[in-house]
Design a protein around this ligand. Sequence first.
Ligand code: ADP
Ligand code: MG
Length: 231
Amino acid sequence: MLLEVNNVTKQYDIDGQILKAVDAVSLTADKAEMLSVVGHSGSGKTTLLSLMGGLTRPDTGTVIIDGIDLWALRDNQRSELRNRRMSFIYQFSSLIPTLTAIENIILPTAFGTFGADREEYAKELLGIVGLADKARAYPSHLSGGQQRRIAIARAFINDPEIVLADEPTGDLDEQSEAEIIRLFHRMNREKAVTFIIVTHNREIAGQTARQLRMTNGVLGSSGVNSSLMKK
Ligand code: ADP
Ligand code: MG
């Protein structure tokens, strides 16, 4: 099993009131699985992704990546594992304003050992997200949707095994959204990338093998597409 979340709880103390943002959640994802998570605002979706990615420490429970307990690692080991194997697409993605589009995409490779082919790959990714002509553009000269597509391209530069995407197409027009979803499915098919996608979009959720629903911090299943399940 690539990802195991075991009975994980994360609570916040807000002026003495305990809020269980994620409440005893368990789930697993295999290599090359695609899951979607739906749920109302405030139901704990972002907190859950952050727990899965080892950015938030659970109060109780464990998060295991390919047999490794994330919180049994030292901080630098956990960062290393995250950088090598996972990628986040944040709800509010941010690019570095002083770097061009292509430089932003390549940036994550600075923290690891990656070959010189990365610049070529960055260009390829830029093409896949439909912005081949924007390589040298700075974020301030790009629309919100274009910046978002750059951030999505950046998420693939390190060849992640797991992509955690938080409403990745929230502010995109329909056509860009369709392209991003095609990109996700292509990465899933060709590179066996595992996706956990938080989304409000029923169509996107409908294209994943499993759909999960968060309700007040509790995770439930909301559907299985048996036709999309891996054998
Ligand atoms: P969603 O992504 O589904 O909208 P979140 O995971 O962002 O939900 O938030 C779940 C709940 O936890 C919300 O009630 C939110 O206000 C609360 N919450 C999230 N992060 C924090 C934090 N750092 N401190 C206090 N409360 C938080
Ligand atoms: Mg959220």
